[in-house]
Design a protein around this ligand. Structure first.
Ligand code: NAD
Ligand code: ZN
Length: 375
C-alpha cells in the first residue's frame, strides 16, 4: 500500500535540505517496507546535497537507519513483519563473483542500485507524482522506506534503533576499516585523520584491536576531546602545527596504520606521509570524483608501504552488522556515546548545519516509533 511519509529531500545541489511529505509505495517482489525508527546524519548525505557525491536530485537522503518491517513483498522469505532491520547502502546480490568470493561491498550488481532500487525504479514519489531518487538505494531519512532485501540486514530487536542505525554506516565504516580492511594487529601504532562519526569509530576499532598508539588528527579541539573519550592516546590539532604528518611521525616514529576519514587528496597525502616502513594508509573519506592525490613513488617499494581504500569498512554486512552490535552488547564498543544529539525530522536542516559545524559525534534523526505502527 502507499503511505505518506515526511522525508528529507535534496531538491537542488547547493541548497539546504528540505522536509517534504512524499508517497512511499509498498514493496514489489523481493522488497520490504520499513517504518524507520532512527537515521544518522552522515557527511556522505551532505556530500550528495552539493554534488560532491553526484547522485541526481531530487533525492531522498539517508543511508544509516534502523527500522521495523511493516510489509513484505512477494517472494521475501528472510524477513517478516516486526523484524528489525539496518540499511546497507551497498546492495549485495549474493551471487556475483565478488559476493561469492566474500567481497560483497564490491558486488558487481551494486552499481545498479546507487540512487534507485536495483531494478532501476523507485518507490518514492513527490507531491506531483514525480520520481524521487534514493541515496544508496536506501532513502531512509524518512518515516517509511521501501527497500530491496539485498540492502537490508536483520538485527537484534532489543537494541535501541538510534544505536543500531549507526552500524549501517559510521560504525561499520570506521571499525571495519580497522578490523577488515587494515586488519590492525595488537601493539600497532595508528593515526586517524578526521574525527567525525567515521573517524571516532576508526579510533574505537583501533582500541578494540589493541593498538599501542592512536593519534587523532583534526582541526577542531572539541573533536579531539571526543577522540580522547573514545580512546585516542595522542592528539594533533592541525591548526597548531606546520605539518600534521611530521607531527604524527614525531610522536610515533611513523605509524603502522593511518586512516584518512576526511575525503580530500591533501589529507590522503598526509596519511601516507606519516607512515613508518611497512605502513598502510587506508582511504575512507569520499572525495570529489576529480580530486587527486600524490605520493612519493619510491616509498611504495623501498618501504613496502601500502595505500588502499575501504568501502563500508570492507563489510560483509550480513555477518558484520550483527557482529558489531554483539560487541556493543558485550560492552566492547561504544554506541550510546556516539549519539550526541537527536533531532526530530522537521529539524533536519539544523542537523546538517550542526554536522558541518562539528558539533556532534553523530547527530541522529529519531522518529516516533514508540507510538506504534501507523499506516
Ligand atoms: P564528519 O563531517 O562527521 O567529520 C569529518 C571530520 O573531519 C570533522 O571532524 C572535521 O573537523 C575533520 N576535518 C576536516 N578537514 C580536515 C583536515 N584537513 N584534516 C583533519 N581533519 C579534518 O564526517 P563523517 O560522517 O565522519 O565522514 C567522513 C568522511 O567519510 C566523508 O568523506 C564521508 O563521505 C566518508 N564516508 C566514507 C564511507 C566509506 O564507505 N568509505 C562511508 C561513510 C562516510
Ligand atoms: Zn554514511
Amino acid at each position: 500500500m502507499d503511505r505518506k511519509a515526511k522525508a528529507v529531500v535534496c531538491r537542488e545541489w547547493g541548497q539546504p535540505v528540505q522536509v517534504e511529505t512524499i508517497t512511499v509505495e509498498g514493496p514489489k517482489r523481493d522488497e520490504i517496507t520499513l517504518k524507520i525508527g532512527a537515521c544518522g546524519v552522515c557527511h556522505s548525505d551532505q556530500s550528495a546535497t552539493t554534488g560532491k557525491i553526484p547522485y541526481p536530485a531530487p533525492l531522498v537522503l539517508g543511508h544509516e537507519a534502523a527500522g521495523v518491517v511493516i510489509e513484505v513483498g512477494e517472494g521475501v522469505t528472510a524477513f517478516k513483519e516486526g523484524d528489525h532491520v539496518v540499511s546497507s547502502f551497498i546492495s549485495m546480490c549474493g551471487k556475483c563473483r565478488q559476493c561469492v568470493r566474500g567481497r560483497p561491498v564490491l558486488c558487481e550488481n551494486a552499481r545498479k542500485a546507487m540512487f534507485t532500487l536495483p531494478d532501476g525504479t523507485v518507490r518514492t514519489k513527490g507531491a506531483d507524482g514525480e520520481d524521487l531518487n534514493v541515496f544508496g538505494a536506501c532513502g531512509v531519512m524518512a518515516e517509511y522506506a521501501t527497500m530491496h532485501v539485498d540492502n537490508c540486514v536483520k538485527v537484534d530487536d532489543t537494541i535501541p534503533m538510534q544505536n543500531a542505525a549507526l552500524v549501517g554506516c559510521a560504525v561499520m565504516t570506521g571499525v571495519g576499516a580497522v578490523f577488515n580492511t587494515a586488519q590492525v594487529e595488537p601493539g600497532s601504532r595508528t593515526a586517524v585523520f578526521g574525527i567525525g562519526g567515521v573517524g571516532l569509530n576508526a579510533i574505537q576499532g583501533c582500541v578494540t584491536a589493541g593498538a599501542e598508539m592512536i593519534v587523532a588528527v583534526d582541526n577542531n579541539e572539541k573533536k579531539l576531546q571526543m577522540a580522547r573519550g573514545f580512546g585516542a592516546t595522542h592528539t594533533v590539532n592541525i591548526s597548531e602545527v606546520e605539518d600534521a604528518a611530521k607531527a604524527v611521525k614525531k610522536l610515533t616514529g611513523g605509524v603502522d596504520y593511518a586512516f584518512e576519514c576526511v575525503g580530500a587528496g591533501a589529507v590522503v597525502e598526509q596519511a601516507y606521509k606519516c607512515l613508518g616502513r611497512g605502513g598502510t594508509a587506508v582511504v575512507v573519506g569520499v572525495s570529489d570524483p576529480k580530486d587527486k592525490t600524490s605520493i612519493t613513488t619510491l616509498t611504495l617499494p623501498a618501504d613496502e608501504r601500502v595505500l588502499k581504500g575501504s568501502w563500508l569498512g570492507s563489510a560483509r554486512p550480513q555477518y558484520d552488522f550483527p557482529r558489531i552490535l554483539g560487541l556493543y552488547k558485550a560492552g566492547k564498543l561504544k554506541l550510546d556515546e556516539l549519539v550526541t544529539t537527536t533531532y526530530a525530522i522537521d529539524d533536519a536542516a539544523q542537523a546538517f548545519e550542526d554536522m558541518l559545524a562539528g558539533k556532534n559525534a553523530r547527530g541522529v534523526i529519531v522518529f516516533e516509533t514508540d507510538k506504534g505502527v501507523t499506516q
